[in-house]
Design a protein around this ligand. Structure first.
Ligand SMILES: [Zn+2]
Length: 244
C-alpha cells in the first residue's frame, strides 16, 4: 500500500491501546484482515474515530518504518449504530466477526459482502436475527469449501434418503450419513437439512424471507454454531449463554 491509502472496510474488532489510543481490526474488501491504530481515540474529541461494525471508507497513513497503519479519517457508508444498541444484534454480529477472524484467506471480498449484507439485515427490526445468523454461517461454511450439497454423504457418497437424519464427520468437518457418523451429538434433522439445501440456492436477501418456527430456528442455529466451532477448533468466546 502507499503511504496514504483509502480502504473500504468494516470494523471487526476494537481494543484499548494504552490510555488514549485504540486498535481497530478491519476487514477490507481489497486487503482482507489487518489492524490499524486510532491515535488519541479516547482523549481527543477531534481525533478520527470508528466504532465496532461500522462500514466506511477508511483513510489511512502507512508508516513503513513502524509497519503500522493509522487512522486519518473515515467516511461512513453504514454506521450500524442500531446494532450496537441492541443486545441480540451485538451477539449475532460478534459471532460473525469471531468466525471471520478465524477464516482469513487471500480473497476476502465475498466474505466482506456477506458481512456487509448481514449487518444491514440485522438493523431491520422485521427480520428474525437468528435467521440472519443461520444464513451467514451457512454461506461462510460454503466459503470454507465444506458444502457441496445436502443430497449425498461426502464421506461414502451414498445418496441420502428422503427423511434421513444427518450426523457429523469430525475427520472432514462435514455432515454425513449415519454409517459414517463420528460425532453422535451433532444431528441435523431432515426438515432442517431440506431448509439449508433449499435456501443455499437462493440469494441471501431472499433466503431470509423463508419462515421457520422458533424450535426449528433454535435447532439449526445450534447446529451451525457447533459446525463453525469445529472448523475454528474452539468454542465461540462471544456466546456465553447465547447458544441456548
Ligand atoms: Zn456416509
Amino acid at each position: 500500500m502507499d503511504r496514504n491509502t483509502c480502504e473500504q472496510a468494516i470494523v471487526l474488532k476494537t481494543r484499548k491501546d494504552g490510555d488514549s489510543n485504540r486498535n481497530l481490526t478491519l476487514l477490507s474488501v481489497d486487503n482482507g484482515i489487518y489492524e490499524i491504530r486510532a491515535f488519541r481515540f479516547r482523549t481527543s474529541k477531534t481525533a478520527p474515530k470508528a466504532y465496532l461494525f461500522q462500514e466506511g471508507m477508511f483513510y489511512l497513513y502507512n508508516n513503513p518504518v513502524k509497519k503500522q497503519y493509522s487512522l486519518k479519517d473515515v467516511s461512513l457508508i453504514s454506521s450500524h449504530d442500531s446494532i450496537r444498541e441492541d443486545y441480540e444484534a451485538i451477539i449475532v454480529a460478534s459471532l460473525m466477526s469471531e468466525f471471520i477472524l478465524c477464516s482469513a484467506n487471500d480473497d476476502m471480498s465475498n466474505i466482506y459482502r456477506l458481512l456487509a449484507t448481514s449487518l444491514d439485515l440485522l438493523e431491520d427490526s422485521t427480520i428474525e436475527k437468528d435467521i440472519v445468523l443461520i444464513q451467514f454461517f451457512l454461506r461462510m461454511i460454503r466459503e470454507h469449501g465444506l458444502i457441496e450439497n445436502f443430497s449425498n454423504c461426502p464421506v461414502c457418497n451414498k445418496k441420502y434418503s428422503r427423511d434421513e437424519i444427518l450426523h457429523f464427520s469430525q475427520t472432514i468437518n462435514v455432515p454425513c450419513c449415519s454409517d459414517c457418523e463420528q460425532l453422535p451429538n451433532i444431528i441435523l434433522q431432515a426438515k432442517a437439512r431440506k431448509y439449508l439445501s433449499y435456501s443455499l440456492n437462493m440469494s441471501f436477501e431472499d433466503s431470509i424471507l423463508i419462515k421457520l418456527n422458533d424450535t426449528t430456528i433454535k435447532r439449526i442455529k445450534h447446529y451451525m454454531l457447533a459446525w463453525a466451532s469445529i472448523i475454528m477448533g474452539h468454542q465461540f468466546k462471544s456466546i456465553g449463554s447465547q447458544i441456548n
